[in-house]
Design a protein around this ligand. Structure first.
Ligand code: AVI
Length: 359
């Protein structure tokens, strides 16, 4: 990948895990929330760090070659998938987003006090960057914000909006697969601490051993003085969980099927979307939602030079979404080198937000 614009924000000392390129977009810089009459331009640098198409293709092929077929859930989030996910977040049945938002709003002042002044915020899977605004509205002099997302377009759009709304904040978007090791843009020397933000219970989309490894990497990223603010969905009535992943408007089904459309566009495969159906169930013993696409007929899918046979009724696992109880999550965090400084939940104990600090 070629450098469209080289950004001084990249730490040139350490070799990046992926090839890095960056591009620049132009946004209005203003000293107030209102755009001035003749604003000067400010540039936002977007760092791009893989993953490369070949690596993703191999990952997809490996998953489809398994006896129990699977696709990586990060492939949900192309432009349409991200828009569908935003829609899911507004559904009645999908209690997660509104509950987490309400917890954060209710405790924003306390959260901001724990994080302290002059922090660097790093958000994993920043998407539309909406929840970070709750923090930004309450924090004292936050220095910079590093949103990390795979969807380049959404990242640029959200980073631009944040930069416009918070003109004193340095916004350094990073297009990367945060499930893999990555090099963050170098961070202001005079920052008091780095605080990572991982909302939405996306930690639940990792298997427990992956979640532990991810938390260990987050622990390294934030360093001794840092913190991690993380949203975690809790175990609850299986009926509520089932409804959240089988909404009556069928948006989750569309979201699930869209992964095949994304795979087709990205890798030139020929999945027929009408030959698969959405299925989501809660496995109470494993404490996780499992989301599948079920083949409706015997069929062969062409994927490059590879033919992939499917039997009628055969599932592709597209996502797991683990639900925790508070003790279970505390144990996981401890194994990764974090202690829990504070936990907030809603009154029905549906969702939790944790502030973790290195032990
Ligand atoms: C992003 N992640 C936390 C969502 C979840 O609930 O596991 C993804 C999702 N899948 C279906 N609905 C929402």
């Amino acid at each position: 990948m070629s450098a469209v614009h080289s950004s001084p924000a990249v730490d040139r000392e350490r070799p990046p895990a992926y090839p890095v390129d960056s591009c620049v977009i132009l946004g209005w810089k203003s000293n107030s929330l209102r755009a001035p009459a003749a604003p000067p331009f400010a540039s936002i640098h977007l760092e791009v760090m893989g993953p490369q198409l070949d690596d993703l293709r191999d990952e997809v092929l490996r998953g489809l070659a398994k006896p129990a077929k699977e696709l990586p859930c990060k492939l949900f989030y192309d432009r349409r998938g991200s828009a569908l996910f935003e829609k899911i977040c507004t559904l009645d049945e999908y209690y997660l987003t509104r509950t987490e938002t309400a917890i954060m709003e209710q405790h924003a002042a306390e959260i901001a006090a724990l994080i302290g002044e002059r922090c660097v915020l790093i958000e994993y899977g920043s998407g539309s960057s909406s929840k970070i605004r709750i923090l930004l509205d309450h924090l004292r002099e936050p220095l910079s914000y590093i949103p990390i997302d795979l969807s380049r377009e959404l990242l640029l759009q959200s980073a631009t909006a944040i930069a416009a709304a918070y003109p004193r904040l340095k916004v350094l978007p990073l297009c990367a697969d945060y499930t893999q090791p990555f090099v963050p843009p170098s961070i202001a020397e005079d920052a008091a601490r780095r605080v990572a933000f991982f909302p939405g219970s996306t930690i639940g989309n990792f298997h427990p051993h992956e979640a532990e490894e991810f938390l260990q990497r987050a622990r390294e990223l934030v360093g001794r003085e840092g913190g991690l603010l993380i949203g975690v969905d809790l175990k609850k009535d299986p009926g509520l969980l089932h409804a959240a992943y089988n909404d009556s408007a069928g948006i989750t089904a569309e979201f699930n099927l869209n992964i095949l459309a994304h795979v087709n566009t990205r890798f030139g495969s020929d999945f027929h979307l009408d030959q698969f159906a959405h299925r989501a169930l809660y496995d109470e013993q494993r404490g996780r939602i499992e989301m599948y696409l079920i083949g409706l007929a015997d069929q062969v899918v062409q994927f490059g030079d590879t033919k992939i046979p499917f039997k009628a009724g055969e599932p592709i696992l597209t996502e797991v979404s683990y639900k925790y109880d508070l003790d279970q999550f505390a144990t996981l965090a401890e194994r990764a080198g974090f202690g829990i400084q504070r936990v907030w939940t809603d009154s029905a104990q549906q969702f939790s937000v944790h502030y973790l600090v290195p032990r």
